[in-house]
Ligand binder design. Structure first.
Ligand SMILES: O=P(O)(O)OC[C@H]1O[C@H](OP(=O)(O)OP(=O)(O)O)[C@H](O)[C@@H]1O
Ligand SMILES: Nc1ncnc2[nH]cnc12
Length: 181
């Protein structure tokens, strides 16, 4: 990583705070609201997220509700791609497909519109954070279920102790800005 990027990543890291015991006892919640509040880190995060995928011919960025929407649409615009939302159950109005997954602090289902993209389209999956990897894996199942080609994953934060990345296909490009314990 070059020196400028390293300096940017350090600044981003300083703007993520740890909230102990949220939303449940024992969970160390990584709160990105300071990073969103600071106009410098807001802009820099967008720029460093987009850079590695600029020449990858991404057709759609798929973002996970809700924190995956914060940078997902901007990432799509930067890459001149479309944006596809993955949402919690009962929120998308047209016909959907569903995947079930386990969270670090619960269990949930996610949905995507059946007509979100065409078979063979090149998809970048984005979320703010990967913990157990359950939601990113479920998102992969949704995309592949519709014949999409997942060509990349983009996360701001990875919780390394939970090894979420191991749940994702080994041969697909992954860009993670910040690794935390
Ligand atoms: O890797 P995993 O163990 O699946 O966990 C990561 C997911 O958990 C958080 O979302 P959450 O479900 O808390 O919803 P939110 O984005 O609406 O806050 C986070 O934004 C990721 O989507
Ligand atoms: N520890 C954590 N902090 C923030 N978001 C999360 N999503 C799952 N685990 C999380």
């Amino acid at each position: 990583m070059d020196a400028v990027k390293q300096q940017i990543i350090r600044l981003l890291k300083e703007n993520i705070r740890n909230i102990p015991d949220f939303p449940k006892p024992g969970i160390q919640f990584k709160d990105i609201t300071p990073l969103l509040k600071n106009p410098d880190t807001l802009e820099l995060t967008s720029q460093v997220l987009a850079h590695p995928f600029r020449h990858m011919d991404i057709d759609y960025v798929v973002g996970l509700e809700s924190r995956g929407f914060l940078f997902g649409t901007n990432l799509a615009q930067d890459l001149h791609a479309g944006f596809v939302p993955i949402r919690k159950p009962g929120k998308l109005p047209a016909e959907t497909i569903t995947a079930t997954y386990a969270l670090e602090y619960g269990k949930d289902e996610i949905q995507m519109h059946k007509d979100a993209f065409e078979k063979g389209d090149r998809i970048l999956i984005h979320d703010d954070l990967i913990a157990t990897g359950g939601s990113a894996k479920a998102a992969t199942e949704l995309v592949e279920g519709l014949g999409g080609n997942v060509v990349g994953y983009s996360f701001i934060v990875e919780l390394t102790a939970l090894h979420g990345v191991d749940k994702l296909p080994a041969d697909v490009k992954k860009e993670i800005l910040i690794s935390l314990d």
